[in-house]
Design a protein around this ligand. Structure first.
Ligand code: PLP
Length: 443
């Protein structure tokens, strides 16, 4: 093909064309099989070609695929919102459906600002966030994202920038060891709020487990309890960006449930439609909804395709599938199984610096020197090469940046469909070893 019209991530590169998917595997037009070790982009949470979802979508398409949100609601949208309210912790009872994780985060931020306006506190407009983070590619979400590589071209359009360090224990920003950790990374939020002034701050936003910009970075014990306390003490809302972690990825509907912390607003995406349809949501607590319901009575946001019946039907079928097959109850066990397999192989590969994560969201950080944790030079593009070698070997991995500046450092995420079985996990690790063996020889 000397001429092409589809804008792909690398414009002039040839990408395999996918023919079909079944379970944890994808097959291209040449008949090559890929084990989807990344669920695409941590999205295909129940695997490919699931008959129940296909049937539910067919049925909905036969009834109605689109109605406009200011004129109608639809059965799947109503049922999905109710089912989500039942499944979520605390008083997170209200769903605003959108089409992507970026839209979900932007909607969450707007709702936080509106909440304070409805309470007569319209000066509270700032949203605080952390470096080494990713909340989305649209301008509001990007403003909050601590991912310099994705921000740099658009700085003039960005409203703000992150203000605190990430809870990145492998490279502790405060040079602490686990034994001497005093949760300085959480206390930094308290200091930032005091410096900036709580009167101007609407909310703090964070990913419970840092995904794309860090490679499954999990916080130290007590971190989110401290964050919740600091937000409450200063009267600012806590927004959890669970676009990657939500809907069962770590074994619970929300990752924050592991730490018994309930946020005020949540953004969801990716696994919600599990790749069958574009759907995402801002989940809002009763606490936040109350002044809005008593005030203007409407949320100032929305998209033409918000609460699209076809997408809602897909997400509803995904939820029913998760429940019927008790998928979440196996995630923790399979995550530990995968992690143990990875830990066992670590000693054979001196360039593996750190293995981390929760449930079936695991990260492997690569370093040039494990003793000093020195990263590979950026020009080497180690992550890119690993992901490419893996794809050649029939294994899909998700590339992540790592490193405190958010541009240097190499990591990959292993996040297979939550429905993967132990034999397939062993196959994943066998393929991964083959890739790392080759990387050790060639890179
Ligand atoms: N928030 C988090 C935590 C994400 O990981 C992502 C995507 O990777 C987004 C938001 C943006 O989601 P989307 O790509 O669907 O717009």
């Amino acid at each position: 093909m000397d001429r092409t019209y589809l804008i792909k991530p690398a414009l002039d590169e040839e990408y395999p064309v996918i023919d079909f998917g079944k379970g944890v595997y994808l097959y291209d037009m040449e008949g090559k099989k890929y084990l989807d070790g990344a669920s695409g982009a941590v999205t295909a949470n129940i695997g490919h070609g699931v008959e129940e979802i296909i049937q539910a979508m067919k049925k909905q398409a036969g009834q109605v695929s689109f109605v406009y949100r200011s004129q109608f609601t639809s059965r799947p949208a109503e049922e999905l919102a109710e089912k989500i309210a039942m499944a979520m912790p605390g008083d997170l009872n209200w769903s605003f459906f959108v089409n992507s994780g970026s839209e979900a985060t932007e909607t969450a931020m707007k709702i936080a600002i509106q909440y304070w306006q409805e309470k007569g506190r319209s000066m509270k407009t700032k949203i605080l966030s952390r470096w080494v983070s990713y909340h989305g590619i649209t301008l509001g979400a990007l403003s909050m994202s601590g991912h310099p590589g994705r921000r740099s071209r658009f700085i003039p359009l960005l409203a703000d920038f992150p203000v605190i360090s990430p809870p990145y224990c492998y490279r502790c920003p405060f040079n602490k060891e686990p034994s001497s950790c005093g949760l300085e990374c959480a206390e930094e939020l308290d200091l930032a709020i005091r410096r900036i002034g709580a009167d101007s701050i609407a909310a703090f936003i964070a990913e419970p487990v840092v995904g794309a910009s860090g490679g499954a970075i999990t916080p130290p014990k007590g971190y989110y309890k401290a964050i919740r306390r600091i937000c409450d003490e200063h009267g600012i809302l806590f927004i959890a960006d669970e676009v990657m972690t939500g809907f069962g990825r770590t074994g619970k509907m929300l990752a924050l449930e592991h730490w018994e912390v309930t946020p005020d607003i949540v953004s969801l995406g990716k696994g919600m439609g599990a790749g069958y349809a574009p759907i995402a949501a801002a989940l809002v607590s009763e606490k936040v909804m109350l002044p809005i319901r008593n005030g203007s009575g409407t949320i100032m946001s929305g998209h033409t395709l918000s609460a699209n019946p076809q997408s809602c039907a897909a997400a509803l079928a995904v939820m029913e599938y998760l429940e019927k097959n008790k998928v979440l109850s196996r995630v923790e066990e399979n995550g530990v199984y995968l992690r143990n397999l990875l830990e066992k192989m670590k000693a054979s590969y001196p360039f593996i610096g750190n293995i981390r994560g929760m449930g079936l969201l695991l990260g492997v950080e690569f370093v040039a020197d494990p003793a000093t944790k020195t990263s590979f030079p950026r020009s080497l593009n180690f992550t890119g090469s690993i992901v490419k070698l893996a794809q050649e070997a029939g294994l899909l991995l998700y590339p992540a940046a790592a490193g405190l500046d958010g541009v240097s450092g190499d990591a990959v995420i292993l996040s297979p469909p939550l429905t993967i079985n132990k034999r397939e996990l062993e196959e994943l690790v066998r393929l991964f070893r083959r890739v790392l063996d080759k990387a050790g020889r060639e890179l």
